[in-house]
Write a protein that binds this ligand. Structure first.
Ligand code: ADP
Ligand code: MG
Ligand code: MG
Length: 244
């Protein structure tokens, strides 16, 4: 079944069109990877889907879980099951990871999860993520390494159980061990009833996740789609000076 369908999506920021007609269909059970050079519009696509106010939708339609996504408010999008790795705050003094996650779960689910069962759930998910449970007592992101922040985002994803998780890999300086743990976890969180969209320019994540589709985004358009071999082709030839 269909999770999201994007048709001819064009968007502008500060009067300049960045997305120039994106078409993308993602079905339940699928993992999609979007690759592309810097400035292509990858993060813009994620931001537009989440409803970031800086981005104006010029034209196009997005259907998410059968509903018109573009008319939904940001919190409605999250409640409908859209998750963006970077929608969460950087540092929150005085709020522990555990409390933050419990509140985030309440906002999406509508009811506050029971403290004890929620703690149990967190512990099992942290074990999968290879995270020390002492982090639950720490203040959100305060003094966390890049790898710890990233694991936290994946923990949030695990807790919120979204229909579509969009993971924008900006340029995170993750070491290879953190990349492995994070993407092995992402792969484990891929289920028959959800979908995952990973935005990256790192081929090495493909050692840990198995995407069903790889798309190449250049200058605001998806210029090619294929399977994982497309990523290998890019690895060897690069994005520049290519006839797509
Ligand atoms: P990518 O993630 O593919 O590297 P981005 O989507 O971040 O690319 O950026 C695409 C283009 O849109 C860039 O030229 C960038 O400067 C511009 N852009 C993105 N967000 C904003 C913004 N909030 N204000 C101004 N320009 C922006
Ligand atoms: Mg699959
Ligand atoms: Mg980006």
């Amino acid at each position: 079944s269909e999770i999201i369908k994007i048709c001819n999506l064009k968007s502008s920021v500060e009067g300049q069109q960045i997305l120039k007609g994106i078409d993308l269909d993602i079905k339940a059970g699928e993992i999609h990877v979007i690759m592309g050079p810097n400035g292509a519009g990858k993060s813009t696509l994620a931001n537009v889907l989440m409803g970031h106010p800086a981005h104006k939708v010029d034209t196009g339609e997005v259907t998410f879980m059968g509903k018109d996504l573009l008319t939904m408010k940001v919190d409605e999008r999250a409640k409908a099951g859209l998750f963006l790795s970077f929608q969460y705050p950087e540092e929150v003094p005085g709020v522990t990871v555990e409390n933050f996650l419990r509140t985030a779960k309440k906002e999406v689910a509508g009811i506050m999860p029971m403290a004890l069962s929620f703690k149990k759930e967190l512990h099992s998910k942290m074990e999968m993520l290879n995270m020390d449970s002492k982090y639950l007592e720490r203040y959100l992101n305060q003094g966390f390494s890049g790898g710890e922040k990233k694991k936290n985002e994946i923990l949030q994803m695990a807790v919120l159980n979204p229909k579509l998780a969009i993971l924008d890999e900006t340029d995170s300086g993750l070491d290879i061990d953190a990349i492995r743990v994070v993407y092995e976890s992402v792969q484990k969180l891929s289920k028959a009833d959800n979908a995952i969209l990973v935005i990256t320019h790192y081929n090495k994540i493909l050692n840990y996740i198995t995407p069903d589709y790889v798309h190449v985004l250049v200058d605001g358009k998806i210029v090619r789609s294929g399977d994982v071999t497309l990523a290998e082709e890019i690895e060897s030839k690069g994005y520049e000076k290519r006839e797509w």
